[in-house]
Design a protein around this ligand. Sequence first.
Ligand SMILES: NC(=O)c1ccc[n+]([C@@H]2O[C@H](COP(=O)([O-])OP(=O)(O)OC[C@H]3O[C@@H](n4cnc5c(N)ncnc54)[C@H](O)[C@@H]3O)[C@@H](O)[C@H]2O)c1
Length: 336
Amino acid sequence: MIGSHAAEFYAKRGDQVIALDNLMRSRLFGSKHKSVEYNWDYLGTYSNITRVVGDVRIEADVRKALGLGVDAVLHAAGQPGVFFSLQNPQEDFSINAQGTLTVLECVRSICPKARFVYCSTNKVYGQGIDALPLKEESKRYTFQGTLRAIPETFPIDQVGHTPYGASKYVADLYVQEYAHAYGLQTGIFRMSCIYGTRQFGFEDQGWLAWFIICSQKNKPLTIYGNGKQVRDVLFVSDLISACDLFFKSQIAHGIYNMGGGPDNTLSLLELLEQIKQNGLTPSPYQLSEWRMFDQKVYVSDISKVKKELHWQPQVSVREGIKRLVNWVKENPSLFP
Ligand SMILES: NC(=O)c1ccc[n+]([C@@H]2O[C@H](COP(=O)([O-])OP(=O)(O)OC[C@H]3O[C@@H](n4cnc5c(N)ncnc54)[C@H](O)[C@@H]3O)[C@@H](O)[C@H]2O)c1
């Protein structure tokens, strides 16, 4: 999803874009239906996007995509599901950690001056977030006290992360290391919930799209916990703007928490209300036990990225949800 939006953004600007993907998203989530394949075909309509079906774990595939070198790399390929990682920790590691090292090493040998952005995750902070005191309101939890959001300096060590959080953090560390040891110009975006059109949400990943798709199909949902869990959410076009600003900047290396920030947060129960306001009947849902690895509240402190990249989110939660609902409504055949 993120990669396809970035590819479209640069293609529309007239750049030559190369997209590398092994098209495994549907398999990762046990879906028989098309997901990434739709976005792949969509990118095929641009004559200045070259698509390479390949695996980030295979050096020859990454070398083929990089060719004689590129100006900028957005590394968005990954295994993004927590549940998959718990069931398949070795494959999760190979894709997220080993795959990232392969990409870094190929960039170092072919085009070490390329600007590089890595899609990391808030899960690197792990369960340390859950130790923070919370206030329970009627539709959501909030942080108690003066803390409004999680900064990049939040402690990471000596807490549970899930294998996904661990494999992404290994990759995050290597992206840091390739800046320190080899001088690669790397930006690390530790992202909260990124959502947008052309997002094929599943129960395990892409919750906002998943809730909307289920509502469109009138398919029952399971809410783990009580639905008051909160995330800051960022529409994908705002993420791509931040990425572009990092590419254009002179910043040698930076780590940024990336999301909608405290002004763009949403609980699951609030999402159901917004779905209704956009003309869909929210799915019926059943409540189930909390999942131990779900942070109850995560909100990114985006003051660093705002300051250093002169960036801020442009798409409000209300507007972003409207765009995603409309896209799902306009494409019912994609969700059989
Ligand atoms: N969307 C979010 O809310 C969010 C939040 C935090 C972090 N992230 C990270 O951002 C990245 C992109 O997320 P997304 O939402 O676009 O997910 P996505 O699943 O749409 O994109 C990931 C792509 O990687 C491809 N892929 C998987 N394994 C591969 C491999 N071995 N080689 C090549 N391609 C492979 C998949 O087919 C898929 O198209 C992921 O790394 C994810 O961990 C996403």
